[in-house]
Design a protein around this ligand. Sequence first.
Ligand code: 6PG
Length: 245
Amino acid sequence: MNPRTVVSSGREEAAARAADHILDSLGKALRQRPFATLAVSGGSTPKLMFEELALKPFDWTRVHLFWVDERVVPPQHPDSNYGMTLRALIEPLRLGEKQVHRIEGERSPHDAAAAYEGELRRFFELAPGHLPEFDVVHLGMGSDGHTASLFPGEALIGDRTGIAAAVYREQRNSHRVTLLPGVLLKARNTVFLATGGDKAEALDGVLRGPDDPLKWPAQVAARHAKNVAWFVDRAADSKAPPKQF
Ligand code: 6PG
């Protein structure tokens, strides 16, 4: 199924439109169920979107916040996805601690992954072999086409049964904990936010290239998840073919 792609003039507009889409999806979820679940990614792009989310009128009291991935560092570390989200979203919204389900990056990679998986099993009341179904999963994309912490060549890209795992990124000497593809595919709504010219080649490969998820990991969610929407700016979309009118 072809994902919907919304092209904005710049990263600010893309972030604002992605935020509107997330709130719209969460609002629909809250009309159907007692609570809604949102899993967010980290990196640098989402900060603008989090700031937009924090400014818009929305009742967050029944929303539970999770992470798609986390660097295995303490929350105070500048690389912590939780730390960035705390400053840009959690504190401005005054989310309660019971609404926030972080990956404990201060633990060892294996223990952090196991603890997070346990939290997901508990919260979603999962039977053995079942996977959590998030209302919204927000994903970014690296200039190499990775998403979550599923980097090109990662064997776990083929996994469809696991919930979370610790991965090691040799090039950056960085340990991470990531949700696995089966969970990304189960999401009711998937929102990609990718901006900047450095993402143009990867976006072209992910959206229009041959099916090669080991080369372009974001293809897994982009091509096989449900209700996928991309929010990009013109710079990231610069390799798109001319629009046919
Ligand atoms: C992370 C993210 C990762 C991110 C991409 C894009 O922890 O780094 O979850 O998947 O979405 O690396 O990062 P930028 O937004 O910094 O380009």
